[in-house]
Design a protein around this ligand. Structure first.
Ligand code: KIV
Ligand code: ZN
Length: 518
C-alpha cells in the first residue's frame, strides 16, 4: 500500500501573482473548478488581503468548491489572517496559510528583526489563524537557505502553536535534490513533535530542480507537495503539478507513493490554464507539451507501431489526450458533436450544445473538417463570452495587401447604440484598432502586448490572439478566436473592453456604497 501525498495547488496564488495581467473572478473560478475536477487536495485560491479583487475571488471560490480544501495566504500579520478568515468562512472546508521568512538573509535584510522576534510572530500568527479553523499551515519562507538549527526550532514552535501542516519552501530554487531531501530528513530526525503535522514542500524552479527537489523531499517523508499547473509561478515558476502527478503514478511501485490526481483531466486543465493565463506551454514540456507524445525519428515510429511501450512510458490517454477517429464536417449532427465532446472528457453541464453547435457549423463551413483542437477551442471560447456584453462587434471589413494603405471599417454596438468608424493603420489589425478607438472617443485603452498563436496545425487553423491592455493603471487580458487574424484581434480587444466596462461598473457600485454609507 502506497503512502498518500497531498497535492496542494497554488496556480491561483503563486502562479497568478507572476502573470502580466491578473485573472478576472470568473476566470479564477473556472480554473478552481477545473482543479477540483482534477482531484487536487488543496486549492490555494489567493492572498485575500492583497486587493479587494483577490478577496472577492477567494470568497467566490470558497463558496463554489466542494471537493477540495480552499486555502488563502496571509503574512504573519493580524489583518492578513483576519482577511483570510473572512474570505474563507463560507467554504465547506478551508485552510489558512500563514508565513514568515526564516533565513538570515531575509530576517536581517528584509524583516530587520531578531530570530526570537520571528519565532514569536510565527507562533502568534498560527494561534490567531487557529481562532478561525483547525486547519492551519505555516511556511518558513526561504527555508532552503535557513540554518538547520533555526529551522528545527521554527518547525517545532509552529507545531506547538497549532500548525497542522508545516511547509518548507525552497523559495529561491537554490537547493539540490540531495541537499533538500537531507533538510527534510534532518527535520524528521530532530524535531520532537514532527509527527503532529504534515510536512509540506514548495519548490521554485530557478535551477530547473523544482520537481526533483519535491520528489527528494517526498522520498524523505514530506507528504504534501505544493505545485502549479504547467509549473507557472514566480520567476522560473514552481514545481509542475502534472509532472509530480505522473511521476507518482508511473513510478508508484518504485516510490511507494501515490496521490489523488485524476490524470485524465491533466491535458484539459493544462490548456485551460495556459489560455486563461496567456502563458504558452513549450512544445517539449514533459506531460503537457505538444510534442510530449509525438515520435519523430523513423526508428522510434517503427518501435511504437510494433509495441507502444518501446518508446512510451505512459499513454497519451492517461493524461487525457484522445485520438479522434470521427470526421467532423458541416454534415455532422448535434449528437455527433455531443458524443465527441463527452468522449473528450467534458460533461454535459460543461457546455450549451446549441451554442457550441452553431459555432461549429460556422467553422465547418469555413474550414471543411473540424478537428478536436478546433472543437475544444470553440467550447473554451463559448465559456468566455460575457453574458450581457456592453461592446458587441457587428461588422468588420479590413483591407490590406502589398502597396495599399491598410484600412478598416468597424461597427460596434455600445450599449443600445451602434457606431461605425473607419481608419487607416500600419496593418489591418492596427487600422481596425484605430477605428475602434474612434468609436471609444476619450476612453483610453493602451495595448501593451499583442500575441498571435494558432490552435491547430495547418494553414487553415484558427487564429488565437491574446491582448494585454492597460486601462486606468490596471492590466486586462483578452483573447479572440477566428479563422481570420484581424477578426480574432478585434474580438480579443472587445473582450478586454467588456472587462474594463465590468471593472468600471464594480468601481461605480463601490463609490455608491461609500456615498450611501457617509
Ligand atoms: O516561495 C515561497 O516561499 C512562497 C511562500 C509564501 C510559501 O510562495
Ligand atoms: Zn513560492
Amino acid at each position: 500500500m502506497s503512502d498518500y501525498v497531498k497535492i496542494f495547488d497554488t496556480t491561483l496564488r503563486d502562479g497568478e501573482q507572476a502573470l502580466p495581467a491578473s485573472l478576472t473572478v470568473k476566470e479564477k473560478l473556472q480554473i478552481a473548478l477545473a482543479l477540483e475536477r482534477l482531484g487536487v487536495d488543496i486549492i490555494e485560491a489567493g492572498f485575500p488581503v492583497s486587493s479587494p479583487g483577490d478577496f472577492n475571488s477567494v470568497r467566490t471560490i470558497a463558496s463554489e468548491v466542494k471537493n477540495a480544501i480552499v486555502c488563502g495566504l496571509s503574512r504573519a500579520v493580524d489583518a492578513d489572517i483576519d482577511a483570510c478568515g473572512e474570505a474563507l468562512g463560507v467554504a465547506q472546508q478551508f485552510r489558512i496559510h500563514t508565513f514568515i521568512a526564516t533565513s538570515d538573509i531575509h530576517v536581517n535584510a528584509k524583516l530587520r528583526k531578531s530570530q526570537d522576534d520571528i519565532v514569536e510572530m510565527a507562533v502568534a500568527a498560527v494561534k490567531r489563524a487557529r481562532r478561525y479553523t483547525d486547519d492551519v499551515e505555516f511556511s518558513c519562507e526561504d527555508a532552503g537557505r535557513t540554518h538547520i538549527d533555526y529551522l528545527c526550532r521554527m518547525v517545532e514552535a509552529a507545531i506547538n502553536a497549532g500548525a497542522t501542516t508545516v511547509n518548507i519552501p525552497d523559495t529561491v530554487g537554490y537547493t539540490t535534490p540531495t541537499e533538500f531531501g537531507g533538510i527534510i530528513k534532518n527535520l524528521f530526525n530532530r524535531v520532537p513533535n514532527i509527527d503532529k503535522a504534515t510536512i509540506s514542500v514548495h519548490c521554485h524552479n530557478d535551477l530547473g530542480l523544482a520537481v526533483a527537489n519535491s520528489l527528494a523531499a517526498a522520498e524523505n517523508g514530506a507528504r504534501q507537495v505544493e505545485c502549479t499547473v504547467n509549473g507557472i509561478g514566480e520567476r522560473a515558476g514552481n514545481s509542475s503539478l502534472e509532472e509530480i502527478a505522473m511521476i507518482l503514478k508511473t513510478r508508484e511501485q518504485l516510490l511507494g507513493l501515490s496521490c489523488g490526481i485524476n490524470s485524465e483531466e491533466i491535458s484539459r486543465t493544462s490548456k485551460l490554464v495556459s489560455q486563461l493565463c496567456n502563458m504558452p506551454v513549450q512544445a517539449n514540456k514533459a506531460i503537457v507539451g505538444a510534442n510530449a507524445f509525438s515520435h519523430s525519428s523513423g526508428i522510434h515510429q517503427d518501435g511504437v507501431l510494433k509495441a507502444q511501450n518501446t518508446y512510451e512510458i505512459m499513454t497519451p490517454e492517461s493524461v487525457g489526450i484522445n485520438k479522434n477517429n470521427l470526421n467532423l464536417t458541416s454534415r455532422s449532427g448535434r449528437h455527433v458533436i455531443k458524443h465527441r465532446l463527452l468522449e473528450l472528457g467534458y460533461k454535459e453541464s460543461d457546455f450549451d450544445l446549441e451554442t457550441v453547435y452553431q459555432s461549429f457549423l460556422k467553422l465547418a463551413d469555413k474550414k471543411g473538417q473540424v478537428f478536436d483542437y478546433d472543437l475544444e477551442a470553440l467550447l473554451f471560447f463559448s465559456q468566455q463570452k460575457h453574458e450581457h456584453a456592453h461592446y458587441v462587434l457587428k461588422y468588420l471589413h479590413a483591407n490590406s495587401g502589398k502597396e495599399i494603405i491598410p484600412s478598416a471599417t468597424v461597427t460596434l454596438q455600445v450599449g443600445d447604440e451602434e457606431f461605425t468608424e473607419s481608419a487607416i493603420g500600419n496593418g489591418p489589425v492596427d487600422a481596425a484598432y484605430n477605428a475602434i478607438q474612434r468609436v471609444l472617443g476619450h476612453k483610453e485603452v493602451e495595448i501593451v502586448d499583442f500575441s498571435l498563436d494558432s490552435t491547430g496545425e495547418g494553414a487553415d487553423s484558427l487564429a488565437q490572439v491574446s491582448v494585454i491592455a492597460e486601462y486606468k493603471g490596471r492590466r486586462f487580458h483578452g483573447i479572440g478566436l477566428a479563422t481570420d487574424i484581424v477578426e480574432s484581434g478585434v474580438k480579443a480587444l472587445i473582450y478586454v473592453l467588456n472587462n474594463t466596462y465590468l471593472a468600471d461598473q464594480i468601481d461605480l457600485q463601490k463609490q455608491q456604497v461609500r456615498i450611501a454609507g457617509v
